[in-house]
Design a protein. Structure first.
Length: 137
């Protein structure tokens, strides 16, 4: 998993907290990256139905309350249905390990992926924002 997921959560929390400061430049300052990166991730969030933007107008808004956006929603917005776990493509079929490793790992990875998704589904953007408020003092 790359850092786009964390950036996406950061973007949503920032827009929810400071809706008047949601330009890609403002968000990029907070995230510590380039506005082009922010526009790319914002586009993914928009296509997933989590953000609303208007062409030619700076800023974005959440399409539903933070308590109704789960971390699984965000994960799927930036990762699609892809698993966080990747298998290598060409194990040697005549090797006892190579011939069986993918089936074994697919099962184990599937269990781990399902557990991760259950946990992400239990946590909302509002939960993240509550944690942020506690940390900020």
């Amino acid at each position: 998993m790359n850092s786009q997921y964390a950036v996406a959560v950061h973007i949503l929390a920032l827009i929810s907290t400071f809706p008047d400061h949601s330009s890609s430049a403002d968000i990029a300052d907070s995230v510590g990256t380039n506005p082009v990166v922010i526009r790319g991730v914002t586009g993914q969030l928009r296509r997933a139905g989590l953000l609303s933007t208007q062409r030619g107008v700076a800023g974005a808004t959440l399409t539903r309350p933070a308590a109704q956006i789960t971390l699984l929603d965000v994960y799927r917005a930036v990762n699609g249905d892809a698993s966080v776990f990747r298998l290598h493509d060409h194990p040697h079929p005549q090797c006892p390990v190579g011939a069986n490793i993918q089936g074994t790992l697919e099962q184990r990875f599937g269990v781990a992926q399902a557990a991760m998704e259950r946990e992400l589904e239990r946590t909302t953007l509002a939960d993240v924002m509550s944690d942020l408020a506690v940390r900020a003092g």
